[in-house]
Write a protein that binds this ligand. Structure first.
Ligand code: GTP
Ligand code: MG
Length: 650
């Protein structure tokens, strides 16, 4: 049976017109290559070469011209020394990656190295002259390693192994777990120095054998599949029908839904009721919170995340979408309905697509639903495919990663079998179930320390039990395992694990599980927190540098602008404190320093300060904990990644 997540119901009545969205002009403009030569090396720019001649050094990150006696960039704090020492072509420019478009990976691409350096350089004293020689050497050492590690997937692991940022920012009182206290005090004597101490002496994380997947143990891997799309496109009906066809909803249960829905005059919502469980959802005929359901295909254990389509519940949709490995975008093919979803003023097809892509789902199945309402017209399907295709490519979905399926959830056409209606005989492709199986399995970070963002907390007062729900992003956990609950810093023991209501022994990266905890004060465990390995805590901070792409906005983003900051399962009020630079969307290089404001479609590096601390990681360390979306007045105005966690002075 589906489980409803506590995805923070959020009413946003003042949802303004959503402007026409073409933030990356179009498909042929998406070459994010950095003019790398055939060896994959980016040549030094003319400006950098020139700058080198006249007693100044140009910061390779923000391009600011620093006096020769500056050891770190005045603007962004990046240390000069390691760059001078290791002055190679690649260190003077962005990494030589080829980018297909503006996904978060792209956003971070040009800044990943810089941001990693930046963050490490920000050992509080990055630009202060009184840095002791020893400290400096330590920083250089750490930076060199990170520079070498670069951008590949192992970098996060390695840099984490060298010591994850423990951004407790002079607030040791927030860390109450014994182990945490121990590791802070024994290594450095103060919380402020914890990062440095951990960076220098922490033993690298070595996964235990049980943490790594055993092929024999389970042939099916888990795939988190978000069902997204405009309101009323049929997402819940499709989900309910699929669960029914696959035997996850019994005939008896379905008849009950059917009967009750009819009694309420909402007979057509019978399948949707399997997902829309609350009285309010059923009465209003809309999904309000994400419903989680499970089913198996030949290849995958599917975790289905049925999102609300109504614009008032986008924050809830975001919470589910952050867990998605891939998505089914449901389109209502009826005349006028597809157009409404694509409409500039409030079409959720657009916003959902942008969000899902920004959260890392790069494979999408477009379920062109309600084909019965257009007589299964091939012409209608082609028009939708053509128009939506342009938009999907502009959101950097590759042509080869988009699957188009005409279907009718209501009439059971093309869901788990070839269509029986002859009006669909023109379609020769895969049915929905086979399309799901054709998705590529996502790459998981099994060998990193545990990170499990908490999506929901379940407290059973009668049994005195406490459970948390979420997707394991990195690493693994099992019964008896000690976990650190952040941001409170409590140590808890895993009592048991459940996946799809079945007890399981081990949960690994990618698994969506319910974790029962013991030995912890329930009030110290909150949704939006993170379970982690006790020696490798997630960073906790409220001040970040972000690399963002601005969507279509009617009001410019200014220093001081107040925003809603969404990261994994939490949101916070944030304020823009600095606009550091504008970036050229093609090269990723700084095109202007300290612009006064940000307009639609601009790429930029900004700093934001939050009202309260959140659990966070730099995107280069953990993608899932480093992706953000910024909203204002009920609409998503920018998408981005955390490039640096700025240390707060306390
Ligand atoms: P939200 O979650 O509120 O965004 O809605 P939804 O996308 O989940 O839509 P839902 O499944 O609640 O269905 C909305 C309406 O569309 C219901 O009346 C369904 O019966 C109807 N519907 C769903 N699928 C089909 C279909 O294939 N054909 C037709 N004709 N109607 C459908
Ligand atoms: Mg629904």
């Amino acid at each position: 049976m589906p489980r409803k997540g506590n995805y923070r119901v959020d009413y946003e009545d003042d949802y303004d017109a959503y402007e026409d969205y073409e933030y990356y002009d179009n498909d042929n403009d998406y070459d994010y290559g950095y003019n790398a030569n055939e060896n994959g090396v980016v040549p030094e720019s003319k400006e950098i070469q020139e700058a080198a001649k006249i007693g100044i050094w140009r910061c390779p990150i923000c391009t600011y011209d620093n006096e020769d006696d500056m050891s770190a960039c005045e603007i962004c704090g990046v240390l000069r020394n390691p760059l001078v020492k290791g002055h190679s072509k690649s260190s003077s420019g962005p990494a030589p990656y080829k980018f297909d478009g503006p996904s978060p990976d792209d956003l971070v691409s040009s800044g990943m190295r810089s941001s990693t350096l930046g963050s490490k350089a920000n050992f509080k004293t990055s630009s202060s002259p009184d840095v002791s020689r020893k400290e400096k050497e330590l920083k250089i050492e750490v930076e060199r390693e990170i520079t070498i590690e670069g951008h590949d997937s192992s970098s996060a692991s390695t840099s984490k192994e060298k010591g994850p940022l423990l951004k407790i920012e002079g607030k040791p009182q927030t860390i109450s777990g014994d182990m945490m206290k121990m590791s802070i005090s024994s290594k450095s004597g103060s919380a402020k120095n914890a990062n440095r101490a951990r960076a220098s002496v922490s033993a690298p994380f070595k996964p235990e054998k049980w943490m790594l997947p055993d092929q024999i143990e389970d042939k099916l891997s888990q795939l988190n599949l978000a069902i997204v799309g405009h309101v009323d496109s049929g997402k819940s009906t499709l989900s309910g029908r699929l669960l029914h066809l696959l035997g996850r909803i019994s005939q008896k249960e379905f008849h009950k839904y059917e009967r009750e829905a009819k009694q309420l005059g909402k007979g057509s919502f019978a399948y949707a009721w399997a997902l829309d469980e609350s009285a309010e959802e059923r009465e209003r005929g809309i999904t309000m919170t994400v419903a989680v359901a499970f089913f198996d295909t030949k290849k995958y254990h599917i975790v289905l995340l049925d999102s609300p389509g109504h614009k008032d519940f986008v924050p809830n949709m975001i919470s589910g979408a952050t867990q998605a490995d891939a998505a089914i975008l449901v389109i209502d093919a009826s005349v006028g309905a597809f157009e409404a979803g694509m409409d500039a003023s409030g079409g959720q097809t657009r916003e959902h697509t942008q969000l899902i892509r920004s959260f890392g789902a790069d494979q999408i199945i477009v379920a062109v639903n309600k084909m019965d309402a257009v007589e299964y017209s091939r012409e209608r399907f082609d028009i939708i495919k053509q128009k939506l295709g342009v938009f999907l490519r502009s959101c950097s979905f590759k042509e080869s990663s988009i699957l188009w399926i005409p279907m009718s959830a209501m009439e059971n056409q093309n869901l788990v079998d070839v269509p029986s209606d002859t009006r669909l005989s023109w379609y020769q492709g895969l049915c929905l179930l086979d399309a799901i199986d054709s998705l590529q399995p996502p790459v998981r970070d099994y060998s990193k320390p545990l990170l499990l963002p908490i999506c929901d907390v379940i407290k059973s007062q009668s049994q005195g039990q406490l459970s948390v729900v979420g997707k394991v992003e990195n690493g693994a956990l099992r019964s008896g395992y000690k976990v650190l609950v952040m941001p409170s810093g409590e140590i808890a023991t895993v009592r048991s694990l459940e996946r799809d209501n079945h007890v399981c022994n081990i949960a690994r990266a990618g698994d969506n599980v319910t974790v029962s905890l013991q030995g912890v004060d329930p009030n110290r465990v909150t949704a939006g927190g993170v379970l982690c390995h006790p020696d490798f805590p997630v960073a906790v901070s409220k001040h970040f540098e972000l690399k963002i792409v601005v969507l279509d906005v009617t009001t410019p983003i200014l220093i001081g602008s107040q925003l809603e900051f969404h990261i994994h399962h939490t949101k916070e009020v944030a304020r823009v404190v600095k606009i550091l630079s504008l970036l050229d969307p093609k090269t990723g290089k700084v095109s202007k320093k300290s612009p006064r404001c940000l307009l639609s479609k601009q790429n930029a590096v900004i700093e934001v300060a939050l009202e309260e601390e959140v659990c966070v990681e730099e995107y280069s360390r953990c993608k899932a904990l480093g992706r953000v979306s910024l909203r204002a007045s009920g609409r998503t105005i920018a998408l981005g990644v955390v490039t640096k966690i700025v240390q707060n002075e306390q």
